[in-house]
Design a protein around this ligand. Structure first.
Ligand SMILES: C[C@H](O)CC(=O)SCCNC(=O)CCNC(=O)[C@H](O)C(C)(C)COP(=O)(O)OP(=O)(O)OC[C@H]1O[C@@H](n2cnc3c(N)ncnc32)[C@H](O)[C@@H]1OP(=O)(O)O
Ligand SMILES: NC(=O)c1ccc[n+]([C@@H]2O[C@H](COP(=O)([O-])OP(=O)(O)OC[C@H]3O[C@@H](n4cnc5c(N)ncnc54)[C@H](O)[C@@H]3O)[C@@H](O)[C@H]2O)c1
Length: 313
């Protein structure tokens, strides 16, 4: 009987979070991805709190959002610059910033994390927020490669935890991978799916398997391009031109790796290699490791495989 009552309570507690309509969103991490997601969520009328570790980083993030919105309105409001400016200000009013993730989470329907690709740091953040976020709040990670199940494991809301994987640059890329673990409730999954659609994205449903769909195919391709170049079988420039003109890709693999961030690519490959060391697809890549050790992380730091005049942020 006690078992039955416990099951009943569980049922009631999960039905209490049924059909969460996501209006207030906290995004942890105001880097390339967090700022992009904040922009899209604010544009679609959500109230967004962007959280990072310092006010300076947050200022840069908001500046980046404003710059990206200017690119959006240039076309959308080509003949009406005043309406374009009004649109930008309206979107920016939906974004507030904070260095206090706990108080932001207290007012949120969704806490979406987009910080560095490190399991322990992600687990620690969610462990803290789990204690203060309302019962109904859904937690999600934008991780590129870490198991959602592992990230969620430090919380007590396994049924209200999923993956929401966006693509860079978020305002332009239409896809969102929505990831359910074996514990994610159908209500949570549906809420995340619906949220993605409200953002104007096309969601696909993914299992909690390494790299989900896109990165499991894309990242081995990116590092294979580096290996090909290391073997002396093609210059970076020729490989990039070949894949753009021969395979119809908008960016070549070196350009795209720089765009994503070489630190992120390295975190992904190293993480997979630790779990599956005999898989040759995940073997260390000397050139990538060297660039990351030198702090040459791609477009965001001004140099990676190539040099850049203008930084991303
Ligand atoms: C690793 C992770 O876990 C997963 C990932 O994210 S993997 C990476 C996935 N992303 C990709 O594969 C990106 C591939 N690249 C592309 O699709 C394109 O090169 C691109 C959309 C980034 C840029 O397009 P491109 O034609 O090369 O350059 P550009 O002319 O500057 O931009 C095209 C349009 O996009 C707009 N745009 C580009 N970036 C933008 C941004 N951040 N914000 C707003 N608008 C932007 C431009 O304003 C331009 O608009 P217009 O056509 O109306 O003038
Ligand atoms: N770069 C991509 O193309 C891409 C695409 C999809 C997913 N992702 C994933 O999104 C996540 C973020 O990637 P990114 O490229 O935006 O990284 P980034 O380095 O541009 O930004 C990370 C941000 O997180 C902040 N941060 C770090 N620790 C924090 C903490 N404890 N609290 C609050 N903020 C903290 C940093 O200050 C930084 O501003 C990673 O998990 C990455 O794998 C990246």
């Amino acid at each position: 009987m006690a078992f039955f009552t416990r099951q009943l309570c569980r049922h009631f507690s999960s039905s209490a979070v049924r059909n969460v309509v996501i209006k207030n969103v906290t995004i942890i991490g105001g880097g390339q991805m967090g700022a992009g997601i904040a922009q899209v969520a604010a544009t679609t009328g959500h109230s967004v709190t962007l959280v990072d570790t310092s006010d300076d980083i947050l200022k840069t993030a908001v500046k980046g959002i404003e710059g990206s919105l200017k690119r959006v309105v240039k076309k959308k409001f080509a003949d009406k610059p005043e309406a374009g400016e009004e649109f930008i200000q309206k979107v920016l009013r939906n974004v507030s910033t904070s260095t206090d993730s706990g108080s932001a989470a207290q007012r949120s329907d969704l806490v979406l994390e987009a910080i560095v690709e490190n399991l322990k740091i992600k687990q620690d953040i969610f462990h803290q927020l789990d204690k203060v976020a309302p019962e109904h709040t859904i937690f999600a990670s934008n991780t590129s490669s870490l198991p959602i199940t592992d990230i969620a494991s430090t919380t007590s809301r396994l049924d209200r935890f999923g993956g929401l994987h966006f693509f860079n640059p978020v305002p332009m890329m239409k896809l969102v991978e929505v990831v359910a673990t074996s514990a994610t409730s159908k209500e949570t999954f549906d809420s995340l799916l619906n949220f993605s659609k409200v953002l104007g994205k096309t969601p696909v449903s993914c299992k909690d398997s390494p790299g989900f769909i896109v990165n499991r195919l894309l990242v081995p391709y990116l590092v294979e391009a580096v290996r090909l170049h290391e073997r002396g079988h093609g210059s970076k420039e020729d490989v990039d031109i070949a894949m753009k003109l021969g395979a119809g890709h908008p960016m070549g693999p070196f350009e795209l790796a720089d765009y994503v961030g070489l630190d992120t690519i390295k975190f992904i490959i190293d993480g997979w290699s630790a779990k599956d060391p005999s898989n040759p697809l995940f073997a260390p890549i000397e050139m990538l490791n060297k660039l990351v050790a030198e702090g040459k992380l791609g477009k965001k730091t001004g140099e990676g495989f190539y040099k850049y005049k203008r930084l991303i942020k």
